[in-house]
Ligand binder design. Structure first.
Ligand code: NAP
Ligand code: ZN
Ligand code: ZN
Length: 382
């Protein structure tokens, strides 16, 4: 019988000549151009020859098979948030197979299908962490471009393998494909969390989704799975037909069309704003009902401008939301599998990554690029 993908991944990792080494794609400066780079992953060196341990006691070693391209990757490699620590290896929508686990690991075993999202560690002892909101921990360690506990800079999922504390690893449900599921690790949890905590997940409510990109299209799918009325507010008229026919949105408003915006005014219980660019938010506030809430998840580089009258008249709320905790991330992917929510993806080879970035900058992707790491990223043993 032919070996499964999981068996092949474990066998491949065991053959790896240099434990701790990984092939990666890295940006070296604010041009954002991604080039091959060999990086070092956390591992425990040879303890007893020939038994070589590559995995810390609480760690899970993962062979990466797919990694989504989030707009945050683009902001980061171009240093748009002014915090890049080059070389930057982006990628926090990671899906793959466990190759090895440390001795304290109880939740995973080699061969398991798993994912890693935007964070790889946190203090694990503050109130936020205790409550399951590691995303709000002041000592959060992001999957890339973050200083790890050992002082090294973290490298993300545009890479052949990764080693992560088991708390920050998510189990893929059997029904969830790795390629279409990878984007849920960031895009999915980032829209699921505000819907859950701002009451935008109940049947009959009307939610607006601003920006139909990676995050936005998953928000539409979750909202429909929750039985809500969904209106997409987009700057791209060309997305109307597919938004309504393929993604199941109930209505589509072109944000630059004053007439359409006027007709939709005062109709929405909540809005998830996923726009990646500096676009005025005040016009969207006008779409909310009294007491409506707009949750910002998009992260453009410049400050928001919001006239107080647009917020105060109608007693509106403007809130922010940062990814989500690990318990919610597991819940999100389980809910997604149950409702058949996956990302619409364009799977590309590692060699296409720079072109993919250029297209993402122009909102020219339906709706998430996913890199086929397993088949196209060359490792040092190839
Ligand atoms: P994306 O796939 O590029 O989608 C962003 C969408 O915004 C575009 O498809 C486009 O939708 C709209 N847009 C882009 N430029 C615009 C412009 N100049 N004017 C008006 N609309 C514009 O990006 P993404 O991966 O979904 O990420 C969206 C944002 O969320 C990024 O800033 C990212 O960094 C941030 N993010 C935040 C979190 C968090 O925890 N809060 C997590 C992940 C990502 P239309 O064509 O429909 O207008
Ligand atoms: Zn992301
Ligand atoms: Zn903490």
């Amino acid at each position: 019988m032919a070996p499964t993908v999981a068996e092949e991944a474990v066998a491949g990792a065991n053959k790896q000549q240099q434990p701790g080494k990984a092939a990666a794609l890295a940006a070296r400066d604010a041009s954002g151009r991604l080039e091959p780079l060999t990086i070092t992953r956390r591992y425990e060196p040879y303890v007893t020859y020939p038994l070589c341990r590559s995995t810390g006691d609480d760690d899970v070693a993962i062979k990466i098979l797919y990694c989504g391209i989030c707009h945050s990757d683009l902001h980061s490699i171009k240093n748009e948030w002014n915090n890049a620590m080059y070389p930057v290896v982006p990628g926090h929508e990671i899906a793959g197979v466990v190759t090895e686990v440390g001795k304290n690991v109880t939740k995973f075993k080699p061969g398991d299908r798993v994912g890693v999202g935007c964070m790889v560690n946190s203090c694990q002892s503050c109130t936020s962490c205790d409550d399951g909101f590691e995303n709000n921990c002041s000592n959060i360690i992001f999957t890339y471009n973050s200083v790890d506990r050992d002082g090294t800079v973290t490298y993300g999922g545009y890479s052949s393998n990764v080693v992560v504390h088991e708390r920050f690893v998510v189990r893929f449900p059997d029904a969830m494909p790795l390629d279409r599921g990878a984007p849920l690790l960031c895009a999915g949890i980032t829209v699921y969390t505000p819907m859950k905590y701002h009451g935008l997940n109940s049947p009959g409510k009307h939610v607006g989704v601003v920006g139909l990109g990676g995050l936005g299209h998953v928000a539409v799918k979750f909202a429909k799975a929750f039985g809500m009325k969904v209106t997409v507010i987009s700057s791209s008229p060309a997305k109307k037909e597919e938004a309504m026919e393929r993604l199941g949105a109930d209505a589509f408003v072109v944000s630059k069309n004053g007439e359409e915006m006027k007709n939709a005014a005062g109709t929405m219980d909540g809005i998830i704003n996923t726009v990646s660019a500096n676009v005025p938010v005040a016009p969207y506030m006008g779409l909310l009902k009294p007491n409506g809430k707009m949750i910002m998840v998009g992260l453009p580089e410049k400050p928001l401008e919001i006239p107080p009258f647009d917020l105060i008249m109608g007693s509106k709320t403007l809130a922010g939301s940062c990814i989500g905790g690990m318990r919610d991330t597991q819940e999100m992917i389980d809910v997604a599998a149950k409702h058949g929510v996956t990302a619409d993806v364009e799977v590309v080879g590692a060699e296409y990554v720079n072109e993919a970035m250029e297209r993402l900058a122009k909102a020219d992707v339906r709706y998430r690029f996913v890199i086929d790491i397993g088949n196209t990223l060359k490792t040092s043993s190839d």
